[in-house]
Design a binder for this molecule. Sequence first.
Ligand code: PEP
Length: 254
Amino acid sequence: MRKNIVAGNWKMNLDYEKGLSLFSEIVNMVKDEVVGNQEVIVCSPAIHLSSLAKLAAPVKNVTVGGQNIHQAESGAYTGEVSASQVKSTGAAYVILGHSERRAYFGETDELLAEKVDAALKHDLKPIFCIGETIEERENERFFEIIQSQLDKGVFHLSNADFGQVVLAYEPVWAIGTGLTATPAQAQEVHAYIREAIANKYNQEIADNTTILYGGSANPGNAKELFSQPDIDGGLIGGASLKSRDFLDIVKVFN
Ligand code: PEP
């Protein structure tokens, strides 16, 4: 049975001490609220990872993740962080393909496929983000875009490797904008993604894949979104920076 996941994406926020203090608060609040096969992940800037991973270690089903890796093993890539380095902090996941990295850092599907491979090689689970822009939605090209991002980014993986991947459907027009996909719009795309997985791999793998929704999810809309049959939780940006809001989203699965 697939996992339900609530993952926070802190983006480039919080200095070291503030990050530790927010995470301590989150851990204290969620430790008795993470139920069944649910997992809570906080994807922090690299500077926090090792300290957060130590705080998370004693708590069941609370883990941490990075927000990016370089595709190379190591070497002369000033300012970059490799998969093995992120893994060595105790992180279990890494966000790849976030629309901000695609848009501001020119990350292509082809590059992202290399990053996915690097992550898996070092036992870091990718949280792979896909989603259409507002123009692509208005032109009704969103299924085509989603299919192409899947084909180029993750569908080269073996069955076993694909089994390590979490997908996040994040319509670009809903990220950080306060606009949220309606539960019906999100469900329609999630169902498409699950069917695409079944077509590429098989129904069992499709049924076992966690597909998160991301895009201005908050305590007010999370319940309706997460109750859709193919929405298995959320990737949460802004609301993950407020412990109370993040807790309320985690508690949707109680
Ligand atoms: C995100 O950055 O992945 C995200 C979903 O952000 P927000 O929740 O702020 O829209």
